[in-house]
Design a protein around this ligand. Structure first.
Ligand SMILES: [Zn+2]
Length: 369
């Protein structure tokens, strides 16, 4: 727990530059919007008597029951009965509540015996499998009467139609990914679910909210064992416990960060400790670096040229030298290093990823994992 908390403290501090003090993070109550997928005339996936909308609702209510027992946590449901709520309204509920988190609960389905849990954050769904998952979840808009007005410009078959739409969630991407990682870790390590990992895709329901947001595909109702597990009281109870614990880990870190914010200075030693104790998140064959600066000048790779940072490297692209900090295939480590570089004054530094020596879009790497 401690190591995850430390990670969050640092991530949070790194985000301070972007956050205003009106941010709900600073208010006394931690507001979680729980979104049970589908409902009413939209049953979601249906297989062999198993109904996604029912399973999602049952798990969601159990998550809420856990969270409501915690001090200073407020739970808001987008639905707590079997009713239809359109996707547009779900995000609006979270925005009106000025919520700290939006968590959407779903079940997957496939023609194969695929199984496992996966957690999504909003992004471009260039990956075909992710696009398929998002398309199925988005289809519900066609049951909405005024969908053409509410989702102008959305083409379910085009990944590109999300390019403009993803911008709103970009600001929360780090936090969303970390929450998603906590959820995924718990489902895999506590419950032994197969790890289908944290992914990005264009879910309309995630695009509507202005706060860290994740969508959890708890498992496949089309898989014989997993479907039975999800439909059982044991399965729903265990799922709910794991997910609510992940949410509480996230909350704790935010709280700590608030208390520490009078003195947000991070030392190199703290970063090193955090890196040493944070769980690894390795992307095979990928090298992450923090890009600090680009310049036409060739600078010596010495700490005094880079505000005291070590582990420096340089590449030449055209007429420009690019300067990097850190080199690792561990995504969690590079997130921490980015936070440290920002702390040192590289406010607009960012993470770059290389595969086979070539620079790749970070979102592509996360999606294709
Ligand atoms: Zn669904």
């Amino acid at each position: 727990m401690r190591r995850i908390v430390l990670t969050f403290v640092i991530l949070f501090i790194s985000a301070l530059g972007l956050q205003s003090f009106e941010n709900p993070v600073w208010s006394d109550e931690f507001v979680v919007v729980l979104d049970a997928g589908h409902g009413g005339k939209d049953s979601g996936k249906y297989y062999n008597g198993l109904k996604e909308s029912d399973i999602a609702l049952a798990i969601t209510l159990k998550i809420g029951a856990h969270l409501e027992k915690q001090p200073k946590v407020k739970v808001i449901y987008t639905r707590d009965t079997d009713v239809f709520v359109n996707l547009y309204e779900r995000g609006a509920i979270a925005n009106r509540a000025d919520a700290d988190l939006f968590v959407s609960i779903h079940c997957n389905a496939h023609t194969s015996q695929a199984h496992g849990a996966e957690t999504f954050v909003l992004g471009l769904h260039a990956n075909k499998q992710n696009l398929e998952v998002a398309k199925k979840e988005n289809e519900v808009i066609f049951l909405e009467e005024d969908y053409e007005e509410n989702y102008a410009g959305y083409d379910p078959n085009s990944p590109e139609s999300f390019i403009g739409l993803t911008l709103m969630q970009e600001e929360y991407l780090d936090q969303s990914i970390m929450l998603a990682s906590l959820v995924q870790n718990n489902l895999v390590n506590q419950l032994g679910r197969k790890d289908r990992s944290v992914k990005q895709a264009g879910f309309i329901v995630l695009h509507q909210s202005y706060m860290p947001s994740v969508l959890i595909e708890t498992g496949f109702i089309t898989n014989k064992q997993e479907g039975a597990y999800l439909n059982s009281n044991k399965g729903k109870t265990e799922m709910a416990k794991s997910i609510s614990e992940a949410i509480m880990s996230y909350k704790k870190s935010i709280l700590l960060a608030t208390q520490d914010s009078q003195d947000p200075e991070i030392t190199e030693k703290e970063i090193e400790t955090a890196i040493a104790t944070t769980e690894e998140n390795i992307y095979d064959g990928v090298t992450f670096k923090v890009q600090l600066a680009a310049s036409s000048k060739e600078l010596e790779l010495q700490p005094y040229n880079f505000k005291g940072l070590r582990e420096l490297s340089r590449s030449k692209e055209g007429n420009l030298y690019k300067y990097y900090y850190g080199e690792t295939s561990d995504y969690n480590k590079i997130l921490l290093m980015k936070a440290f570089a920002q702390e040192k004054g590289y406010a607009s530094c960012y993470i770059v990823a290389f595969k086979d020596g070539k620079k790749q879009k970070l979102s592509t790497i996360i999606k294709s994992n």
